[in-house]
Design a protein around this ligand. Sequence first.
Ligand SMILES: CCC(=O)SCCNC(=O)CCNC(=O)[C@H](O)C(C)(C)COP(=O)(O)OP(=O)(O)OC[C@H]1O[C@@H](n2cnc3c(N)ncnc32)[C@H](O)[C@@H]1OP(=O)(O)O
Length: 509
Amino acid sequence: MSRDHWTEVKAAREATLAPPEKAAAKLASQNKLYVRDRIAQLVDEGSFVEEAQLANALNPGLPADGVVTGRALVDGRPALIVANDPTVKAGSWGARTVEKIVRITEVALRDELPIFWLIDSAGARITDQVQLFPGRRGAGRIFHNQVALSGKVPQICCLFGPSAAGGAYIPAFCDLVIMVDGNASMYLGSPRMAEMVVGEKVTLEEMGGARMHTSVSGCGDLLAADDAEAIELAKQYFSYLPGSWQSRPPSYDASAPGRDFTRDLVPAEESVGFDIHDVIDALLDADTFFELKPAYAPELVVGFGLLAGQVVGIVANQPAVKGGVLFVDSADKAARFIWLCDAFNVPLVYLCDVPGFMIGSEVERAGIIRHGAKMITAVSEATVPTVSVIVRKAYGAGLYAMCGPGFSPDACVALPTAKIAVMGPEAAINAVYYNKIQEIADDTERVEYVAKLREEYETDIDILRLAADLVIDAIVEPEDLREDLIARLAAAQTKDRHFSTKRHGVPPV
Ligand SMILES: CCC(=O)SCCNC(=O)CCNC(=O)[C@H](O)C(C)(C)COP(=O)(O)OP(=O)(O)OC[C@H]1O[C@@H](n2cnc3c(N)ncnc32)[C@H](O)[C@@H]1OP(=O)(O)O
């Protein structure tokens, strides 16, 4: 009897379209969506064009070889999709899985299209390792191409399940990693392996869970309650970005801010805390602030928003957390976000209220100099339109890290009560006059002496004086700041973005 090709092909294709009953039940018990439902939620209806659906079709039980890849429209814009199927050997990568992924990254490089990575994978399929792991088109090629794609096209990762061992590098090379609470994990060695090799007993959450990575390691950016929310967040993030480094972000209808920038929003007294989100809400179009890494290093706030319908990136000190002091992690968080904005033509607004970098042996041992230098490198290299605003104070190297005048912002402006100084008054007086103060035996005399020094210091760092000396470009009333920013960023749109000629720097990372 001759073969019925029609039936064979149909059966092979259908085998890729739905999981077996047991696997479907496992997905349901984990509150996970099936891979094709994830894609359907992400892309515009009817726009998905799949590649290599019949990969490994002669090998029953490995539909599409565990990964669905293709092109689609996401909110009307072209994009590429790579989506693991955890019902196929835990989403592990066989030889054809890897080839499919490598091909998509090659298309992304050639056509400069963004990639959405929908990850849920055990990493390399250990049983196929010779075919998938070591060669020229082995799994290493995925990472190689991701690095080449970095800064060319957005790489957006939703992590729905595990991303084990080498697989953890796919999210690591993405610009944004959204992790589903309770299901997503990333680790080089599983808890079982850690116990075996280094004798450490930890839970999966402690080792590489979504909460740990979005608040401690910084490998994750956003926490999502479930798959649907992760996909929604990925779409929201994409709405702020261009499809590639060659174009500008989309623009939208302008709307008024959610609140007024009243004069009492920023307390003049340095020791009084306030939430920088209130300032951000008073500057941006209402409800447009999309914060990244909110739970990681919250003493610094970064995120996208709209200013009169145009996308901007906000880098802001947060006085409500640790006084807004810069730490190792906050410096890293800022550097990454600034590089992201600069790569994708997103203008930057710095909102500065910074006492400086943290001091003490703990942060020195953690390399705060190196991390601070990394942030200052990113600030220096960024050539997008930039305005830095001294909201309340800019002390020490905090001024430099927040794009002070020496870092070529298109403008450095200040609120009328702002201060700029090499350090705060207490520290400065202590540094210069400590010996003299100690020599004064009489208490009253000593207090009066310190008060006089403080008055002189305050005069020295007065913002009107700094404007008169051309240190800052303008003093702007809070109620006028939004319009000032809109005008200055618009004026800087056509600026020359050349920074330096070389292959690349040797940054202090
Ligand atoms: C580039 C270098 C690398 O990526 S090395 C990657 C090495 N990977 C690992 O060590 C991860 C090993 N796998 C796991 O820890 C678990 O399977 C994880 C990912 C946590 C998923 O757990 P769970 O949902 O319970 O699935 P499961 O373990 O029951 O597995 C389902 C079927 O898939 C298989 N599987 C799993 N991982 C791999 C793998 N890496 N290579 C080959 N097969 C793998 C399991 O054997 C199981 O198969 P079966 O259904 O029993 O036939």
